[in-house]
Design a protein around this ligand. Sequence first.
Ligand SMILES: Cc1cc2nc3c(=O)[nH]c(=O)nc-3n(C[C@H](O)[C@H](O)[C@H](O)COP(=O)(O)OP(=O)(O)OC[C@H]3O[C@@H](n4cnc5c(N)ncnc54)[C@H](O)[C@@H]3O)c2cc1C
Length: 259
Amino acid sequence: MRNDLPVMCSILKRVEYGATAASLTIQYPCQFQPGQFIMAWIPGVDEKPFSISRHNPTAGTIELTVKRLGPVSAHIADLTVGDRVGIRGPYGNPFNPQADCVIVSGGVGLAAVAPLMEMFPNAPALYGENSSTQIMLADRFPRMRIFTMDGSAGEKGFPTDPLPEILAARKPKVVYTCGPEVMMAKVARICHDAGVAGQISLERYMKCAVGVCGQCCMDGERVCVDGPVFDSERLLKGKDFAFRGLDKSGTWVYKAQPE
Ligand SMILES: Cc1cc2nc3c(=O)[nH]c(=O)nc-3n(C[C@H](O)[C@H](O)[C@H](O)COP(=O)(O)OP(=O)(O)OC[C@H]3O[C@@H](n4cnc5c(N)ncnc54)[C@H](O)[C@@H]3O)c2cc1C
């Protein structure tokens, strides 16, 4: 069962990751599958989609991991225990979970794949950030390989660097990924070259989350209801993945191209 009208829910717990991000545990009993997201509403501010980074059906809680990028995310990341936030959902098509997998994330894309990493703790998990100050969820996933662009933590470089070698050695059934589209486009091409399936979770500007408004359209599909998880080969065949997207006002904007 899902709520399509926001339910005001209390923050039960908060974990801060430097100045960049925070995880919030919220009382919101729901049915959830990894890869799904909720809409979080701050009355008088705005409503935005966030992945469920952890689900505890026994306690009736979800966790959101929110990076401060702009006004809404900063507001939500600043909520403290006892504050309330409006939640509706969960929405979207989930990942198709298979144990024989590799998981690649960049930035706050880690939130979307965290439930899969919990489900498959022995799967190789690669996670990248710009620098050590941005690292999240490291205590929860001590086995994940961390990559930083400036080399200030973990291995210097991108989480995609070792992927071709890992796919050649393990020949997994699937690669799951969420992060910047430029990174996911690289993952998609590596999967294509290795003959491995890829499942990609897209983050596009969203408003209604129920397939009505068209804000998240790309290649004729709506990320909110047809995704956010898409097959990598499907995305590679389209013209919008890692190339262009609708901005907040509904205008097409062109993205930096992958090398
Ligand atoms: C399915 C889905 C799941 C998401 N899960 C999470 C999550 O778990 N944690 C989290 O922190 N965020 C998540 N997001 C992103 C989140 O919804 C907000 O977009 C983000 O928090 C920024 O919102 P804002 O209003 O604070 O800033 P904005 O003012 O909207 O954005 C600040 C800047 O960030 C960039 N930006 C933000 N969102 C987008 C976008 N969709 N496309 C292109 N550029 C963008 C732009 O450069 C923009 O100028 C998710 C998005 C989707 C669609």
